[in-house]
Design a binder for this molecule. Structure first.
Ligand code: TYM
Length: 334
């Protein structure tokens, strides 16, 4: 708790082009929850270097992502929006937690297996211990709740296990966090291969809607989305392409699948795809305009970066000091 409020932590990587999945699965819920909780929203740039990055591009993308958080509706006066690399406590706690995490646990992480197969020439230790850094991100702020998409659930389970293991040895040091999964949009799939998650690293750009796609591109991608030959609007696992489009529409319009199926009963897929395209444009077009406006105001963004890094450091240090003492590090002489 900070004051009267429970704590929320979440983060996003500044790698690649963000997709509609990132928005509907995470960012949209962050905004909804942002009044109720004391929130920490990090641009997790330290996670990004587990795969090779061009430094100038990473810096640019990190800033664009931080701007996007604000453009999406997070108030940087109330929510702590900051770069992970500006708070050294993340790395310090990650080291300690590394000593409370088993190789076997990390070996089971599906994201590690997946990324290791995609980057076979660079299976570095950071890629392997990435979930420990993620646990440190969350536990450093004593977060109660962590809004994420379904693909991050395994990492969150591990975070809970690490926290409970540490607490079992040293007493109640960490809050054991809960995942928050939104009612819709928690697993947006590729428009071209609906068995695969919509992902920024997808080689087929038509599979993903990128947050910065222009309206016509969004409409075209929706129109070309893979469906089936049944020709009936139903919300069924047997129609994965349509299922995904219904999920997207629900998340954009805050509707339930039942409502959507009723709304489009008797319509053809073409008409529904058009409606999905318009629903996505209605969300992304204003978002893009706000990003463009904010980008012009350099000193405003710089001020936020500075102030929020200080705020994040303050809370991070509180937890870190407690943990360092528990594990037996000598106290600093001040
Ligand atoms: P990242 O950067 O891959 O994704 C950011 C958020 O977007 C969600 N997401 C999706 N949701 C629905 N459908 C999709 N197709 C989709 N693709 C991505 C993710 O679930 C995530 O919530 N390891 C994390 C970043 C991270 C983090 C943390 C998150 C680092 N430390 C601490 C929470 C708490 C990651 O790579 O997310």
């Amino acid at each position: 708790m900070i004051g009267e409020k429970k704590v929320l932590f979440s983060g996003m990587q500044a790698t690649g082009n963000l997709t509609l999945g990132n928005y509907l699965g995470a960012l949209k819920n962050w905004v909804t929850l942002s009044d109720e909780y004391e929130c920490f929203y990090s641009v997790v740039d330290m996670h990004s270097i587990t795969v090779r990055q061009d430094p100038a591009t990473l810096r640019k993308r990190a800033r664009a992502l931080l701007t996007l958080y604000i453009a999406a509706g997070l108030d940087p006066q109330k929510n702590c929006i900051y770069y992970q690399s500006h708070v050294s406590g993340h790395a310090e706690l990650a080291w300690i937690l590394n000593c409370f995490t088993y190789m076997g646990e990390l070996n089971r992480m599906t994201q590690f297996k997946d990324k290791a197969s995609k980057h076979a020439d660079n299976i570095n230790a950071g890629l392997f211990t990435y979930p420990v850094l993620m646990a440190a991100d969350i536990l450093l702020y004593q977060a109660d709740v962590v809004p994420v998409g379904i693909d991050q659930m395994q990492h969150l389970e591990l975070t809970r296990d690490i926290a409970q293991r540490f607490n079992a040895v040293y007493g109640d040091v960490f809050t054991v966090p809960q995942a928050y999964i939104g009612k819709s949009g928690a697993k947006i799939m590729s428009l071209q291969e609906p068995s695969k998650k919509m992902s920024k690293s997808d080689e087929n750009p038509n599979g993903s809607i990128y947050l910065m796609d222009d309206p016509d591109t969004i409409r075209r991608k929706c129109k070309r989305a893979v469906t089936d030959s049944l020709g009936e609007i139903r919300y069924s696992e047997e129609q994965p392409g349509l299922h995904n489009l219904i999920d997207i529409y629900c998340a954009c319009q805050n509707k339930t699948p039942d409502e959507v199926v009723k709304e489009f009963a008797g319509c053809g897929y073409g008409q529904f795809k058009e409606a999905v395209g318009e629903a996505v444009v209605a969300i992304l077009e204003p978002l893009q305009k706000r990003v463009a406006e904010l980008e012009k105001d350099k000193s405003y963004i710089d001020g936020i970066i500075k102030e929020n890094a200080e705020k994040a450091n303050y809370f991070a240090q509180k937890t870190l000091r407690k943990v360092q003492k528990k594990v037996g590090f000598p106290e600093k002489i001040r």
